[in-house]
Design a protein around this ligand. Structure first.
Ligand code: ZN
Length: 261
């Protein structure tokens, strides 16, 4: 399962009106355009297809759009992440957050876990270092030199699907920082991350039990207010999730997506 370091929300509005709490605890109104073309799928005679085929296509295209969104997110990260050493505790200690996503290439993530698991650990996903939990995301689009640290769900992306005569178009917004009380994304060196983790074990004498404790709990980046569905409320069937809080049923025609326009 792919875990996204940003939140996707499916909308049917071309402009989303939001209220953001700033770091000074003030409310700020924000109009977010959802008008950048993210993904376009050509389908001839869309109107002539059956209802269920159209419905199936719609979800398939939304799923594809999530992958495109991830690529856009990586480009965005490259342009805004601040260059840092691993792990800049002086900077991070100014924030209450202790859980971060660490994005690396698949090669580098493997190397990292080879080093990390050397003392009998079997993690493929989570590195705990000092007081921080790092959820490692292997992304093939990243170079072996790259590594990015970003607070989970710091950014929110709105996506919107529109049926045209012969295409289904998916539009996106900018990546909106709705968690301004989290640090900026950091641009790290993959080798620096691996070397630092490795070095920390060479100087580690007692095995802290803390990481064991942490590993017993599944890592979740869900916000508390998003009710999670595990089965279809209509037929108890299997459901598929799209974005943060949108679902559709694989067995019947139930979904909670916004109607298309
Ligand atoms: Zn159902």
């Amino acid at each position: 399962m792919t875990m996204f370091p940003f939140t996707i929300k499916v909308t049917n509005q071309s402009v989303e009106r939001l209220c953001r709490i700033t770091s000074q605890n003030r409310q700020q109104n924000l109009d977010v355009d959802v008008q950048m073309l993210l993904h376009q799928c050509e389908i001839h005679q869309l109107h002539a297809l059956s209802h269920s085929t159209r419905r199936h296509l719609r979800f398939e295209i939304l799923n594809e759009a999530q992958e495109h969104a991830y690529q856009a997110f990586l480009l965005f990260l490259r342009s805004i992440a601040e260059s840092e050493v691993f792990l800049p505790t002086d900077l991070l200690n100014r924030y209450p957050h202790r859980q971060y996503c660490l994005l690396m290439s698949p090669n580098r993530s493997r190397e990292l876990f080879d080093v990390y698991n050397i003392n009998g650990r079997h993690s493929q996903r989570l590195v705990t270092y000092i007081d921080y939990e790092l959820i490692v995301e292997a992304r093939p689009q990243l170079l072996d030199t790259e590594a990015y640290l970003v607070a989970p769900s710091k950014y929110t992306l709105f996506i919107r699907q529109v049926n045209e005569a012969n295409t289904i178009d998916v539009y996106r917004s900018d990546f909106i920082d709705l968690a301004v009380s989290t640090p900026p994304p950091l641009d790290l060196h993959a080798q620096d991350v691996i070397d630092t983790i490795q070095h920390s074990f060479e100087t580690e004498f007692d095995e802290s039990p803390r990481w064991r404790q942490l590993l017993m709990f599944p890592i979740s980046q869900e916000t508390e207010n998003s009710a999670k569905l595990s089965k279809c409320p209509k037929c108890d069937g299997q459901i598929q999730r799209i974005g943060e809080d949108s679902y559709f049923c694989l067995d019947c025609d139930w979904d909670n997506l916004q109607p298309l326009r």
